[in-house]
Design a protein. Structure first.
Length: 280
């Protein structure tokens, strides 16, 4: 794994996303003696992992040197309480990486020394199985080696993309950050509709789960665009066309069909809430 320097990596917060990153780093070969975790309420499985690998813990943990990377994986509402105490742990070459939704680089930077290198990141929950995608935005003080280090650490749980404007993070949050919930809702709705069509609940749930996950995997592996994949499975006058006629029918006040219109409004609402959390 390509990382800037060889100093400690401090993970602040080991909840769902923090623990996914921790497991990803270990799986990618990051030495356990370089990793330190600050988390006052470890789950049993993470506590066991830390104990078995010898990862240092504490609030704060005792570090042999200033961290080369400090990754902030605490909930957004806890950031204001946590950040002031972390400034003393950083050094002049520490890279801060925050995955807290809605917390801007400006709001993070005011707790640290001027010229602190900061990257804001937005991963998503498929990171838990190594299939996430993370959008990254760096401030002007992040050096090329630090960019590589950040991409490597977040790349341990999936793909990474760099943004050129921090303002894009609100839309990223709405599309990929919150997006897994939309897919889970789709599977939930398909199962309920299957029940209404006469299937037993367990069968409907099994069919919906396998269909959504299988279609997602096909989309992931295919070089075709989603609209082409959709057309490939839609025979003129067939059952799929009948269903899509409902989902894609022209809306009364828009050129988007009902499903497109609903998703547009949902993503717009999520992006708006992200801006509100950021104070925008």
């Amino acid at each position: 794994m390509n990382e800037a320097g060889a100093g400690p990596i401090l993970l602040v917060g080991a909840g769902r996303m923090g623990s996914a990153l921790l497991k990803g780093w270990l799986a990618q070969g990051v030495a356990a003696d370089r990793i330190f975790v600050q988390e006052p309420a470890l789950t049993e499985d993470v506590a066991t992992l830390i104990r078995d690998t010898g990862i240092g813990t504490g609030t704060p943990p005792v570090l042999p040197a200033a961290p080369s990377v400090m990754l902030l994986a605490v909930k957004p509402q806890a950031m204001e309480a946590v950040l002031p105490s972390l400034a003393a742990l950083t050094g002049p070459n520490t890279l801060l990486v925050s995955i807290a939704a809605g917390t801007t680089i400006v709001n993070i930077a005011r707790h640290f020394a001027p010229s602190t290198a900061i990257v804001r990141a937005m991963p998503n929950t498929p990171a838990a199985i190594g299939r996430g995608i993370t959008a990254l935005y760096a401030n002007a003080f992040v050096q090329p080696g630090q960019r590589d280090a950040c991409a490597a650490l977040l790349g341990a749980v999936g793909e990474t993309v760099w943004l050129t404007d921090e303002a894009e993070m609100d839309a990223v949050t709405a599309v990929s950050g919150s997006g897994p919930a939309y897919v889970f809702l789709l599977a939930e709705c398909m199962a309920k509709a299957g029940e209404a069509a006469g299937l037993a609940p367990d069968l409907a749930a099994k069919l919906a789960r396998a269909t959504v996950s299988g279609a997602g995997e096909l989309l992931y592996r295919s070089d075709l665009d989603p609209d082409e994949l959709r057309r490939n499975v839609t025979s003129p006058g067939g059952t799929t066309a009948a269903a899509l006629g409902v989902l894609m029918a022209d809306g009364q006040s828009s050129d988007r069909g009902p499903m497109q219109e609903l998703l547009h409004k949902a993503i717009e609402a999520a992006a708006r809430r992200s801006r509100e959390l950021a104070g925008g």
